[in-house]
Write a protein that binds this ligand. Structure first.
Ligand code: HEM
Length: 220
């Protein structure tokens, strides 16, 4: 009897986190935002929450750059912190750093990245994959939608969603999935990546839940 071909690890990872992706994707906040039902302050608040997350993730990338397992995932063309800062300057003004409120959900996400992505390759790969492969997938559509909904001329405020140094996301994502497939991880390591990707999705959903619970009517 012929055996079915063994699924690649990237396919396993995608399948194992599909329900978590569906939950994140269906957050009421995202639907309202993309549907143009929220003021631009609600969009700005998402950018404000993502900034510390990417700052931590990209600090972890520096720590992992030479790591034999995690290092190959580090790509400078993915870096988003500078783009987020450009967007925050547009959305909040140049004094944006003094104007951002507290976000327990963003803090929890940063704490998790600090706990697992600086010294375990599995933790780093999981958080790296969940954000950047998402940004290069649905994120591109989200960016284009927000640009239209909020009438953002010349992409101002949505630099985060534009990967100027990755003109062709498809081959980049294919190569990224090949890295996942070829990463020297044993069964235990792979299980750790899957579990942490699911945790990363939960942290993203919590971020959306926090934003969804806010009242935007009186916000500037
Ligand atoms: C409204 C919200 C969202 C939409 C519309 C959306 C849409 C999509 C779409 C269409 C794809 C498939 C693209 C492809 O096959 O190449 C995708 C993949 C992906 N998304 Fe999302 N997404 C959303 C939210 C999120 C969130 C919050 C995260 C996590 C931070 C995320 C992470 C991912 C990842 C990691 C992939 C790649 C899966 C894989 O192929 O391994 N997405 N998304």
């Amino acid at each position: 009897m012929t055996q079915p071909p063994e699924a690649t690890f990237s396919a396993v990872l995608r399948a194992a986190s599909a329900t978590d992706h569906a939950a994140a994707e269906s957050a009421g906040y995202m639907g309202d935002l993309m549907g143009g039902k929220l003021p631009i302050a609600a969009f700005a608040a998402l950018t404000a929450r993502l900034h510390p997350v990417y700052a931590a993730l990209e600090e972890a990338a520096e720590a992992m750059r030479e790591h034999p397992v995690a290092g190959p995932f580090v790509h400078d063309e993915l870096a988003r912190t500078a783009a987020l800062e450009e967007d925050l300057a547009f959305l909040y003004g140049t004094d944006w750093a003094d104007r951002l409120g507290d976000s327990p959900a963003s803090r929890a996400y940063v704490e998790r990245i600090r706990a697992v992505a600086f010294d375990t390759p599995e933790g780093f790969i999981a958080h790296h994959y969940t954000r950047y492969l998402g940004d290069l997938s649905g994120g591109l559509i989200i960016g284009r939608t927000l640009e239209r909904v909020y009438d953002l001329a010349d992409g101002r405020g949505v630099a985060f969603y534009r990967f100027a140094d990755i003109p062709k996301p498809k081959p980049f994502k294919d190569a990224y999935r090949a890295l996942i497939d070829e990463a020297p991880l044993d069964a235990e390591g792979r299980a750790l990546v899957v579990a942490e990707v699911r945790e990363a999705y939960r942290l993203n959903s919590a971020l959306f839940a926090e934003l969804g619970a806010m009242s935007w009517n009186e916000a500037a």
